[in-house]
Design a protein around this ligand. Structure first.
Ligand SMILES: Nc1nc2c(ncn2[C@@H]2O[C@H](COP(=O)(O)OP(=O)(O)OP(=O)(O)O)[C@@H](O)[C@H]2O)c(=O)[nH]1
Ligand SMILES: [Mg+2]
Length: 237
């Protein structure tokens, strides 16, 4: 979605100068220009952008042209890329997104405001507004993942696999991350089960540009396994 000239005042405390927006990028040349333009517009060009890239198309060139830091990495899956991406910046607030133009970059000021309000992790809940653009099977899967995680944790969560979250960097650095396809669930569950201030906030979710990189069957099974493993590890740690 192209954003034109929307600009919100910086909330107190951390500003966009303290913010890094990070993503894994894998053959996203259709979407990356829009995503990076949106980030630039919303943050007035002040957020640092990190792309961990495994593409064979023009994605890394487009990222460079937009001033992003591009870390090259052989494609090894979502979590391997996103783990590298969240650990790269040295800014105190790190926001993840996908590079497929599904997530609302105009919400970056709200996420930063929640961090300034004391949140440790702010997680975009795509299911709250109905996620009409999400393929029906993904939606069902995501609802089941959230239920499974909620039962295992004893705390209700609504969207464990969302790609848009804000984190205090110190938490990303302190916890050891082990999951690949299930990394998004892990990034929500470990902080929550360790007592950090984790808040879900409703977000809009748009239709994906370009091809999906996730196989719904093998990917779904991997995510379910991650949820069970992470919940048990955190329970008994
Ligand atoms: N560097 C790198 N990035 C990856 C890899 N796999 C996925 N990504 C990126 O991670 C993000 C999430 O992948 P998606 O294909 O959007 O997965 P999804 O959001 O579960 O599925 P969709 O519903 O199709 O959006 C995208 O920005 C991808 O380009 C990988 O192996 N390496
Ligand atoms: Mg996506």
């Amino acid at each position: 979605m192209a954003i034109q000239g929307t600009r919100t005042e910086d909330p107190g405390g951390y500003t966009f100068d303290d913010l890094a927006v990070v993503m894994g990028t894998y053959n996203e040349e259709e979407a990356i220009g829009t995503v990076l333009d949106d980030i630039e517009t919303v943050t007035d060009g002040r957020a640092e952008v990190v792309c961990v890239d495994g593409s064979s198309d023009r994605t890394p060139e487009i990222a460079h042209d937009h001033g992003a830091i591009v870390v090259e990495q052989e494609p090894q899956g979502y979590g391997v890329a996103v783990r590298e991406a969240v650990l790269t910046p040295d800014r105190p607030v790190v926001v993840t997104t996908d590079c497929d133009d599904t997530y609302p970059m105009e919400r970056l000021p709200d996420f930063l405001a929640e961090i300034n309000d004391g949140a440790d992790v702010v997680s975009g809940d795509r299911l709250y507004y109905g996620a009409e653009q999400m393929p029906a099977m993904n939606k069902l899967g995501n609802e089941l993942f959230a239920l499974l995680a909620s039962v295992l944790m004893g705390k209700r969560v609504h969207d464990t696999t969302t790609g848009m979250r804000a984190y205090r960097r110190e938490i990303l650095q302190k916890i050891v991350w082990t999951e690949n396809t299930g990394l998004s669930a892990e990034l929500l569950m470990r902080p929550l089960m360790r007592g950090y201030d984790v808040r879900e906030r409703p977000i809009e979710y748009d239709e994906r540009k370009g091809e999906t990189k996730l196989d719904p069957f093998s990917g779904g099974a991997a995510i379910a396994k991650s949820i069970v493993r992470v919940a048990l590890e955190e329970r008994f740690r």
